[in-house]
Write a protein that binds this ligand. Structure first.
Ligand SMILES: O=P(O)(O)OC[C@H]1O[C@H](O)[C@H](O)[C@@H](O)[C@@H]1O
Length: 771
């Protein structure tokens, strides 16, 4: 028998469990009207309501006695003092130092680590601001707008969770994406619609050796270099590293100037508030990040100083042990009634299960009580419509942690009242259930009655606070970190190592080698051998298939941008642009004839045409103003011998310039092109011919207006027209394309200069996006 089961408090709890056996929560509430008041504790702005647990005062007394007997306080103090509590790796576990105020002194091997922590936070803050303020430019000189965090485990789950949780506080101009899986689909989908010259990759890896992360990091570098014509200098502008391994970061090609470090005393799953939180800091800004750290610190201080009887992490940790070891509960459901916390259960899975999924005690003896329970969950109310059935009426005991907020960050009508009403009602239903008597009193038939009975007596905690702020999130995460710690201290296991992930990793390296060298003999067990053999065969089929699919993925597209002065053409994958002159008599057959001589040898499978006039459902709706006749109804697909997509020329340029939100595009060329894109949907417009002064918009701001009125007056009209259209259409931004933009030295507020090449980008996008 292990020392734990021999402990006096443990034995007392075993006996006490039997006494409590027949007491329903209904009885406990009836016997003790004050329990709702008493079984409540507050810390760092959070309220824990633990009245709906199968405990009474004696239970709690025995549980606290167990904590004392197991030395929880001494272990906690050792962790806070920087002792090497991670004994199997001979390391301190000092995540609490990551959020310590600058004046604190926390020593590891005699050296204060707090100044290093703050030095890194300062550098992170400067970098985050450079990105947020558009001062950090990519290789083409455009500001970074997309941030892709590449990491896995602790280098992914915390950042993803925090980004989702604090999205309300994030800068919406920035796109945040996360790539973790070695499945290339994860990367492909994350960058699918991103411009490489506006994309920053954060390579997050404590060790900088993790197979998945390094594989994805190399793919990211290839993706960027392909767009930067192989210019290696671009890497410095588009990659930063978060790691403890300086050497490996440099070997990858990221200079230490672009590295944000942390230390071996920060475990991966305890690292979201270290440099690993850079994506969070970029999203919400350094100030809000500091608020989050303050939230963590407030809970740390509570855990460090509050008496066990009022100590939230200790109370919740002990209740967890109570169900896990005395009731055989195998899982804990975490049910946030807050959509922003949708990734919180996933985050907790690594924190709790990688920490406390251990089978031996600190001294290597096999444990003889159950350790870490399985954590799982989904946000309410969604879970109510899927798995709550089992929690209410199934045969297993599943303690639940409900998490709720007094105020919604997106208040509207009754939504939040309904949300919270559901959470409160679920806790009530689980605890008190519905007896057979109650069911029968409702007039339910005898046959149906058993199906309608709710046994109740199902325990839950309620964690409540006012609003999901960065501070509240910090305290919530720290709360669970210390729950995990408390339980590990009771079970006498090491929550800071993770040897259990190693074996699979090692075997995967051997297997991948055998897969890629198909003639190597297989010396595994018969089942593994058979599966490897199956995959060797299956992948060779995929290879044949794949050799066909790249062509499909990178369909060669010929893009024609038809304008009043030129018809320009470009082919997928080439930077070369060719052009023929337009005339007022140019007809489509003639255009194609002239083009053919220019593009001899070009191979394409599809054509995109930007047409200077109205296009409805990919058909030309009216003859062009500035060219010849014969365009309406012309069969371009037949003439080119491949599928053709026709869009309005401004719409095509607009599609290539689009960067999200509501965008008005105006093309200042021979005429005045216009298109509006809202959330990716293009609405081509014909604003040019609306009445303006003594003519139309186009008469004043088109090429004819420029010639007739002179630059100065034309300039004033352009500004006036933009102002009118901004007032009427309320775009988030206006992009000005077309050749005559070059005559504008300055631009009105909210207006950006487009790039004529975007017409081609738009033409290629037409076939990429099925737009
Ligand atoms: O940050 P990294 O060194 O890349 O590690 C990423 C993750 O992978 C490992 O296998 C561990 O199980 C995790 O604890 C860790 O968070």
């Amino acid at each position: 028998m292990s020392a734990l089961r021999e402990k006096a408090a443990w034995r007392t709890l075993e006996e006490h469990r039997q006494q409590l056996e027949n007491q329903h929560l209904r009885d406990l509430f009836a016997a003790d009207p004050g329990r709702a008041e008493r079984y409540r504790a507050d810390a760092a702005g959070w309220r824990l309501d633990y009245a709906r647990h199968r405990v009474n005062d004696q239970t709690l007394e025995h549980l606290f006695a167990l904590a004392r007997e197991c030395g929880v306080e001494a272990r906690r103090d050792a962790m806070f003092a920087g002792e090497k509590v991670n004994t199997t790796e001979q390391r301190a576990a000092l995540h609490i130092a990551l959020r310590a105020p600058a004046r604190k002194v926390i020593k590891v091997d005699g050296a204060n680590v707090v100044p290093q922590v703050h030095a890194v936070l300062k550098r992170m803050g400067e970098f985050a601001l450079a990105i947020r303020e558009g001062r950090w430019l990519g290789f083409s000189g455009r500001p970074i707008r997309n941030i892709v965090n590449v990491g896995i485990g602790g280098s992914d789950l915390g950042p993803v969770m925090a980004y989702e949780a604090l999205r309300h506080f994030s800068d919406r101009k920035l796109q945040m994406r996360f790539v973790s899986n070695v499945d290339y689909t994860d990367f492909a989908e994350a960058v699918h619609d991103l411009r490489p010259d506006e994309t920053l990759f954060i390579i997050a890896s404590k060790t900088f050796t993790t197979l998945e992360t390094m594989t994805n990091a190399h793919s990211a570098r290839d993706w960027l270099l392909a767009a930067a014509d192989g210019d290696k200098a671009a890497v410095a502008k588009h990659f930063v590293a978060l790691s403890t391994n300086e050497k490996a970061v440099e070997e990858f090609g990221i200079s230490t100037d672009h590295m944000y470090g942390f230390w071996d005393w920060v475990g991966g799953r305890y690292s979201m508030d270290s440099a690993i939180g850079l994506s969070t800091m970029i999203a919400i800004g350094p100030e809000a990040f500091r608020d989050m750290l303050a939230g963590f610190h407030a809970m740390d201080e509570h855990f460090r100083t509050a008496p066990l009887e009022r100590n939230l992490p200790v109370i919740m940790g002990l209740l967890g042990v109570w169900y896990n070891d005395f009731f055989g509960a195998e899982t804990v459901a975490v049910l946030p009634y807050e959509q922003y916390l949708k990734r919180f259960p996933a985050y907790l899975q690594q924190l709790t299960m990688e920490s406390n999924g251990k089978h031996v005690t600190l001294d290597g003896a096999t444990v003889d009580v159950a350790t870490g329970p399985i954590y799982w969950g989904e946000p309410g109310t969604n879970g109510q419509h899927s798995f709550y059935q089992l929690i209410h009426q199934g045969t297993r005991l599943i303690p639940c942690d409900f998490i709720g907020f007094g105020q919604s960050l997106n208040p509207s009508g009754r939504h939040h009242d309904l949300l919270l009403a559901n959470m409160i009602a679920q806790a009530e239903a689980l605890a008190f259930g519905k007896t057979l008597q109650q069911v029968e009193d409702e007039g339910i038939s005898q046959e149906l009655a058993p199906h309608r009975v709710f046994e109740g007596n199902r325990p839950s905690s309620l964690l409540l606070t006012e609003r999901l702020t960065p501070t509240a999130l910090g305290s919530l995460v720290a709360l669970y970190e210390h729950i995990v710690f408390t339980q590990a201290a009771i079970w006498n296991i090491n929550p800071f190592d993770q040897w259990g992930v190693e074996l699979g990793k090692q075997l995967a390296l051997r297997v991948v080698d055998e897969i890629e060298s198909p003639r190597k003999p297989l010396n595994h067990d018969s089942a593994t051998n058979a599966t490897i053999a199956w995959y060797r065969k299956a992948r060779s089929k995929t290879d044949e298939g794949a050799s066909k699919s790249p062509a499909k993925a990178q369909r060669k597209v010929l893009v024609l941008d038809i304008g009043g002065s030129h018809v320009k053409a470009m082919l997928t994958g080439s930077q070369r642009e060719v052009a023929i002159k337009s005339t007022r008599t140019l007809a489509p057959a003639e255009m194609i004839k002239q083009l053919r001589t220019m593009i001899r040898g070009w191979k394409y499978e599809a054509v995109s045409i930007g047409y200077p006039g109205p296009v409805v459902h990919e058909r030309i709706a009216r003859e062009p103003y500035n060219l010849g006749k014969g365009w309406v109804g012309f069969d371009f697909a037949k003439a080119f011998g491949c599928p053709v997509k026709i869009v309005n020329d401004a719409a095509m340029q607009a599609l290539g310039s689009y960067e999200g939100g509501r965008m008005l595009f105006l093309g200042l060329g021979t005429g005045l092109g216009s298109a509006f894109i809202v959330d990716g949907i293009i609405e081509p417009m014909e604003l040019a011919h609306l009445p303006y002064k003594k003519g139309t918009f186009e008469d004043y701001v088109g090429a004819r207006g420029l010639k007739k009125l002179g630059k100065k007056k034309w300039h004033a009209h352009v500004f006036d027209v933009i102002e009118q259209l901004q007032a009427a259409l309320e775009p988030d931004y206006v992009v000005l394309g077309g050749g005559n933009v070059r005559y504008l030295n300055e631009l009105p507020a909210g207006v950006r200069r487009g790039d004529n090449h975007n017409a081609f980008a738009g033409g290629f996008r037409l076939w990429e996006n099925k737009a």
